[in-house]
Design a protein around this ligand. Structure first.
Ligand code: NDP
Ligand code: GDP
Length: 327
């Protein structure tokens, strides 16, 4: 059998790096869409962290530029396309709503269109999100729960989700939408709450900071590990027929309790350092998310392998090590 070729958009992000690593271990040729940035050195940091930067091929292109996507599809003729590229930070989406719509929403439509025109046999994965449930309509969210997006980011992702479903139903593409609940790792962006907390706790331990400033610590999330979640992405593209799946742990925790786990890891007292800062509250909040991964368990044989506690511990240790090596 010939080697499979995969194209990953967002390969320099958290999930892109873990997915590239997974696909390489499975013998794939891995290509990544690489938007131009002025600082080219920083682009592949996460791939370097996992030791796979030399094994993937980055190709210049941007999700907002259909012509670049068409050129790349012609050049690579991929078997599988994973659309992970996005403006992915919810809070920024209120400040840059149109850019978020163009990259996170229209970007997915551009990829689908390039596939339809150039390589309709390619299998497509769309990185959908639990944020689409927003103001939740059911206590535990599954594939049949109605959506109610609460941010420009979630609205853009909902468009991308429905375009994926529509391209599957209209053009018979093998197109899947993975509705992934929050997933984290030592490679998570520093603006997201788990990584902000683990980095902040490590700084306090080293005596560099005394405070950790957060917003709404009553919000609850269903947090899993990115390494586990990229396996589900791959599994979705290996089935007989394309379908949509919720990927979650089935456990929800407050930001406060997640934060406590991080402080406890380093023997610090959270109450002495945590400061609530209105600057980190959002114009609209998603108060609670809790996913039901039953369909993924039954049909994909997928289960989360990492507990919240061990993931936070891994992140705290990685941040402590990373910061210590700088001092
Ligand atoms: P990251 O923010 O870490 O990565 C986003 C990636 O998108 C980066 O590689 C970024 O490149 C790239 N990108 C941004 N703009 C463009 C553009 N115009 N053209 C091409 N690429 C672009 O996200 P994650 O890895 O955490 O998430 C992966 C996907 O999954 C995202 O779509 C996210 O919205 C979605 N998702 C994530 C969840 C999570 O909890 N992590 C939950 C559910 C869905 P650069 O680094 O150069 O800016
Ligand atoms: P999101 O679920 O994609 O928005 O992921 P985040 O990690 O950005 O936020 C998760 C939850 O943590 C949200 O309900 C935020 O309001 C809450 N939160 C509380 N304080 C902070 C903070 O300082 N930064 C971030 N990013 N989120 C915070």
């Amino acid at each position: 059998m010939s080697t499979k070729r995969a194209l990953i958009t967002g390969i320099t992000g958290q999930d892109g790096a873990y997915l590239a690593q997974l696909l390489l271990t499975k013998g794939y040729e891995v290509y990544g869409l690489s938007p131009r940035r002025s600082n080219n050195d920083s682009g592949a940091t996460r791939l370097q962290w996992l030791g796979v930067d030399k094994d993937v091929q980055l190709i210049d292109g941007d999700l907002t530029d259909l012509s670049s996507l068409i050129r790349i599809m012609q050049q690579i003729q991929p078997d599988e396309v994973y659309n992970l590229g996005a403006q992915s930070f919810v809070k920024t989406s209120w400040d840059q709503p149109l850019l978020t719509g163009q990259v996170t929403g229209m970007g997915a439509a551009n990829v689908l269109e390039a596939i339809r025109l150039i390589c309709p046999q390619a299998r497509f994965y769309q990185a959908s999100t639990s944020e689409m449930y927003g103001l939740i309509q059911e206590p535990m969210q599954s594939e049949t729960t109605p959506f109610y997006p609460r941010s420009p980011y979630a609205a853009a992702k909902l468009y991308a989700h429905w375009m994926t479903v529509n391209y599957r139903e209209s053009f018979d593409l093998y197109a899947c939408s993975g509705i992934l609940f929050n997933h984290e790792s030592p490679l998570r962006g520093l603006e997201f709450v788990t990584r902000k907390v683990t980095d902040g706790v490590a700084r306090i331990k080293l005596g560099w900071e005394t405070e950790l400033r957060l917003g709404n610590i009553d919000a609850k999330r269903d947090w899993g590990h990115a390494r586990d979640y990229v396996k589900a992405m791959w599994l979705m593209l290996q089935q007989e027929t394309a379908d949509d799946f919720v990927i979650a742990t089935g456990r929800t925790t407050t930001v406060r309790d997640m934060c406590k786990i991080a402080f406890d890891c380093l023997g610090l007292e959270m109450e002495k350092h945590l400061v609530i800062d209105p600057a980190f509250f959002r114009p609209a909040e998603v108060d609670i998310l809790l996913g039901n991964p039953e369909k993924a368990k039954q049909k994909l044989g997928w289960e989360p392998e990492t507990s919240l506690e061990s993931m936070i511990e891994e992140m705290v240790e990685a941040d402590l090590q990373r910061l210590s090596s700088r001092s």
